[in-house]
Structure formats: structure tokens, C-alpha cells
Design a protein around this ligand. Structure first.
Ligand code: AMP
Ligand code: MG
Length: 403
């Protein structure tokens, strides 16, 4: 059976082969968060555009502002003021943070290290040339590359685009991700369910996970455990770039997802992974659509989406697949799990000191959504290290939606 990392590698290599160029979109900057940039963005001028003071104080010629020296203050410069006049010998000018230095000034002295008496300013410390301002062009020159194609647009990247005057950005479209739950027992969330029915929570968690990952979800509801209903709804899902199914991939008599997909021409790259929860996870392709058959137990669905679907969404979004953002933490309560499988246990990461600590939460197994709401991470128990004592360092996969 594949390890989870070998299974991820398979997803990545198949998704890379599968990536078909779709036309880029021009998006207003306010809608571009999380999209992948599909153009070069260059600096339109020098950054900063002028010698920018980083302190409130006095702009000086550094050679004239030695400890104990006094200069005549000729006025003030605020952020946004137009500044052309060079500083005359023997003078200084009061300057605010963000304002432009006069052309010949080569230092700013913080107001805290000066004494003022009328128009005379006395300096208490030695002044170094270059201190307390950012020279024009030191962050970027006009024409320099500010953002490269393939970059994910987070808040800093959007600020960089705004800084160089871009209000529209050419981006890759989000991949379309169809979501289909399966199960005769699965019913919509609104009407009161029958005593043996289960509300369709997986469609909701999957839709949220798709959005968080940067995909465009299209929920298709639920298919009954019947060949005709499954094939009709899978057929709809094959219009998307990725189809994510939940349930129907275990060994039960009514677990029909794999056989129905096979009948529709799907090929499979794996149909089990050595993990718990989530062992029966299936990955394949049918026509032009990548297919994930995730086990239906809600925590299994969540874990397997995190491990396997996110890299496919990354790649079809035009990005490089994000590595699993594993952190290290000290285990605070001992663990004993079944060997041979890598476990991903709902767990809580805390920072009682500078060293993070983690403990697995009590749970009733992979159907326990309630335990998941207490969890801000999954604690990874390696297949070959099923016994871990308190105090050892372990890896955890944070839930980046809540942490
Ligand atoms: P399955 O993978 O189809 O064998 O389902 C495993 C367990 O997950 C069963 O207890 C199902 O009732 C439950 N389950 C399956 N699909 C869903 C769903 N969409 N929402 C909530 N629970 C589900
Ligand atoms: Mg089922």
C-alpha cells in the first residue's frame, strides 16, 4: 500500500500532466486574493521614489551634525510636500516620517537626540551619513520585476501590485471542483432527518475546503448507492476539472463508486493509502477530469482532502503544489496507535511556553465531527513509530482555516 507521501507524489505528477492551459482572466485587484498571477508585474518608477525619511527629526548634512554642534532650522517638510531646494550649509530642516529629504541632505537625526532653542537645533550624538532614511530606488528600480507569474496573490502581493499602480491583474482561473456525496442514508441538512438518516455534512465541509484551497466548488448534492443515480451524477461532475466524491469507496456491498467509475472509463492511480483515517481513498482520472473518491466518514473526508486534493487544486490553479505545512511540537500525552499506518489524529496545539505542545483529543473515530471542532491540527503518528512517549517531538499538520 502507498504511503501518504508516495500518494501525494502520484497526485502531483498526474495533475502536472493533466494541466491544460485555460484562458487567463483579468480581475479587479479586490477580487484577486488567492488567485495565481499569470503575468509579470514591474515597478513603474523608483521605489521609494525619493529619499524617504524613516524618522521624525531633522534632515542634515551629516558632516555638520556632530555631537555638540548646532544648526539653524529653516523650516519643516511634511510627508507629501514637494521638495526641490537643497539644504544650505549651516542649516537643517525639521522632517517627518515619510517625507522627502532635501536634495543635498544625507542623514536624518531623530528628534529624541536633539535639543531645540528657537531656530537653533543642537545635536547630542554623532551623525552617520545615510542614517534614518531609505534612498530612492533602493527597494526597486523602474522596470524591475515586482511580481512573477505563478505567484499566489496574498495580501503582500496585492499591496505590491497596488503600489505600482495596477488595479486589474491577469490571473489563472480557479479550477472547477465538482462535489458529490454518496449514500442512501445521506439527506439534505434542512428538513428533519428520519431516525436512520445522516445529514450531508461532507458536501458542506468539502465546499469549504475547496474554497480555502483556491478552487471554485460546484456542489452536486448526493447520489444514492445505485448504479443509475451514481453514473448520472458522476456524468455531471465530469464537466469539472476535478470531481471529489465522498463515501462509497470501502469494501461494502453498496460501495459502488469505483466500479461505476470504471464502467465509465476511469483509470485509477491508487485505491488505498496507508493512513488512518482515510485508508480507502481513491485517485484516478475519467476523461479530462481528475477524480478523488474520499471515504465518507467525515474526518476521513477532511483528512484525505487535505492530503491529496489540495496539491491537485494548486496545480490546476497554475501554482506549484504547496508542501504540507508540518510543524514540530512536544507531545504532552503518550500515544499508542496501530503500526503500519500513518495516523492523522484530531489534536490541539497550544503554546504554553515558546515551545508548542500538542495532545490528541479523545474521539470516537473517523465519524466524530464534534471532536474535530476542538482540533486545530492533526497530529501525525508515523507508521513505524506507533508508540510515542510524552516529551517527544512530533509533527503536526495545522488546520490553517482556524489557526
Ligand atoms: P462510506 O464511506 O460510504 O462507507 O460512509 C462511511 C460513514 O460516513 C457512514 O457512517 C456514513 O453514514 C458517513 N457518511 C457518508 N457520507 C456522508 C456525508 N455526506 N455526510 C456525513 N456523513 C457521511
Ligand atoms: Mg456509503
Amino acid at each position: 500500500m502507498l504511503t501518504f507521501s508516495a500518494a501525494r507524489e502520484l497526485v502531483i505528477s498526474q495533475a502536472l500532466q493533466h494541466r491544460s492551459p485555460r484562458p487567463a482572466l483579468s480581475l479587479p485587484i479586490s477580487d484577486a486574493l488567492g488567485h495565481i498571477l499569470d503575468e509579470e508585474i514591474r515597478a513603474d518608477r523608483e521605489y521609494p521614489p525619493f529619499n524617504r525619511s524613516t524618522r521624525d527629526g531633522f534632515a542634515v548634512h551629516s558632516s555638520e551634525a556632530s555631537a555638540g554642534a548646532a544648526l539653524h532650522c529653516i523650516g519643516e517638510i511634511k510627508a507629501g510636500d514637494t521638495v526641490h531646494q537643497p539644504l544650505s550649509p549651516g542649516t537643517c530642516v525639521q522632517i517627518m516620517t515619510g517625507a522627502a529629504l532635501p536634495p543635498s541632505a544625507d542623514a536624518v537625526v531623530m528628534i529624541e537626540f536633539t535639543r531645540r532653542s528657537g531656530d537653533s537645533v543642537t545635536f547630542e550624538r554623532a551623525t552617520q551619513p545615510g542614517q534614518n532614511f531609505v534612498p530612492a530606488g533602493s527597494e526597486a528600480h523602474a522596470g524591475d520585476l515586482a511580481l512573477s507569474p505563478g505567484l499566489r496573490l496574498g495580501f503582500a502581493e496585492l499591496a505590491a501590485a497596488a503600489q505600482v499602480g495596477r488595479s486589474e491583474l491577469r490571473c489563472h482561473p480557479r479550477p472547477a471542483v465538482a462535489i458529490l456525496s454518496t449514500g442512501d442514508e445521506v439527506v439534505p441538512i434542512v428538513p428533519t432527518p428520519g431516525p436512520f438518516h445522516i445529514r450531508n455534512s461532507n458536501s458542506v465541509s468539502l465546499e469549504a475546503q475547496v474554497k480555502l484551497a483556491g478552487g471554485a466548488p460546484s456542489p452536486l448534492g448526493n447520489a444514492l448507492d445505485r448504479v443509475d443515480d451514481l453514473s448520472a451524477k458522476i456524468e455531471l461532475g465530469l464537466q469539472a476539472d476535478i470531481l471529489v466524491l465522498s463515501g462509497g469507496v470501502s469494501m461494502g456491498k453498496y460501495d459502488l463508486v469505483e466500479s461505476v467509475l470504471k464502467g465509465m472509463g476511469a483509470e485509477f492511480y491508487f485505491d488505498a493509502v496507508a493512513i488512518r483515517p482515510g485508508k480507502p481513498a481513491v485517485f484516478g482520472r475519467c476523461r479530462d477530469t481528475l477524480i478523488f473518491g474520499l471515504p465518507g466518514n467525515p474526518v476521513s473526508t477532511m483528512v484525505t482532502f487535505h492530503l491529496f486534493v489540495i496539491p491537485a487544486i494548486d496545480i490546476l490553479s497554475g501554482a506549484r503544489p504547496r508542501p504540507l505545512p508540518l510543524l514540530h511540537a512536544t507531545l504532552s500525552t503518550p500515544l499508542k496507535e496501530k503500526p503500519g499506518l500513518t495516523h492523522f489524529l484530531p489534536a490541539q496545539l497550544t503554546w504554553p511556553t515558546s515551545q508548542p505542545q500538542v495532545h490528541a483529543l479523545p474521539w470516537q473515530g473517523s465519524g466524530d465531527i464534534t471532536a474535530m471542532t476542538q482540533a486545530n491540527c492533526f497530529l501525525m503518528v508515523p507508521a513505524d513509530r506507533p508508540d510515542i512517549v510524552a516529551g517527544e517531538t512530533v509533527s503536526v499538520l495545522p488546520r490553517t482555516d482556524v489557526l
